[in-house]
Design a protein around this ligand. Structure first.
Ligand SMILES: CC(=O)SCCNC(=O)CCNC(=O)[C@H](O)C(C)(C)COP(=O)(O)OP(=O)(O)OC[C@H]1O[C@@H](n2cnc3c(N)ncnc32)[C@H](O)[C@@H]1OP(=O)(O)O
Length: 126
C-alpha cells in the first residue's frame, strides 16, 4: 500500500451530508467528479488552455469517504501525446477527528486539448 500520495495537491474540500449515498458514505459520483475537476486543472495547465475529458481508466475505489473527512486530490502528468494528456489522479482523505491520512481512490484520466471550436489541438511543448 502506498504511504505517500503521488503528484501535486490540486483540490482540498470537505464533503457534506448532501453528498452521501444510501449507505451514508460519500457517493462515488461525487468522488469521481472532484477527481475529474482536479485532473482537468492539471491538464489545462499543461495544455495552456481548454481541455475536455475523453476517457477515465483504471478507477479503483479502495476505501469509503465519510462526511467530515478532508478530501484531497493529487495529480501527476503521466503521458503527453499529440493532443491528449494522461493524468494520474489519487484521492486521499484526512479522517475526521483522527486526521489519519489514507488513499481512497485512484485512476487515470485522459484529457484532450481543444480549440475554440471544440476540435483537438496540439499540446504545446514544454
Ligand atoms: C460526453 C460528455 O459530456 S463527457 C464530459 C466532457 N467531455 C466531453 O464533452 C468530450 C466529448 N468528446 C469530444 O468532444 C471528442 O471526442 C474529443 C474532442 C475529445 C476528441 O475528438 P476526436 O475527433 O475523437 O479526436 P481524435 O480522434 O483526433 O483524438 C484526439 C486524441 O484523443 C485520444 N483519444 C480519443 N479517444 C480516446 C480514448 N477513448 N481513450 C484515450 N484517448 C483517446 C486520441 O488518441 C488522440 O490523442 P493524441 O492526439 O495524443 O494521439
Amino acid at each position: 500500500m502506498t504511504t505517500e500520495p503521488i503528484g501535486a495537491l490540486t483540490i482540498r474540500v470537505v464533503p457534506m451530508p448532501a453528498d452521501t449515498n444510501a449507505n451514508g458514505d460519500i457517493f462515488g459520483g461525487w468522488v469521481m467528479s472532484r477527481m475529474d475537476q482536479a485532473g482537468g486543472i492539471a491538464a489545462a495547465e499543461k495544455a495552456q488552455g481548454r481541455v475536455v475529458t475523453v476517457a477515465v481508466d483504471a478507477m479503483t475505489f479502495i476505501r469509503p469517504v465519510k462526511v467530515g473527512d478532508i478530501f484531497e486530490v493529487f495529480t501527476a502528468v503521466e503521458k503527453v501525446g499529440r493532443t491528449s494528456i494522461k493524468i494520474h489522479v489519487e484521492a486521499w482523505v484526512r479522517r475526521f477527528r483522527t486526521r489519519h491520512h489514507e488513499k481512497v481512490t485512484d485512476g487515470t484520466f485522459t484529457f484532450v486539448a481543444i480549440d475554440d471550436d471544440g476540435k483537438p489541438r496540439p499540446v504545446p511543448a514544454g
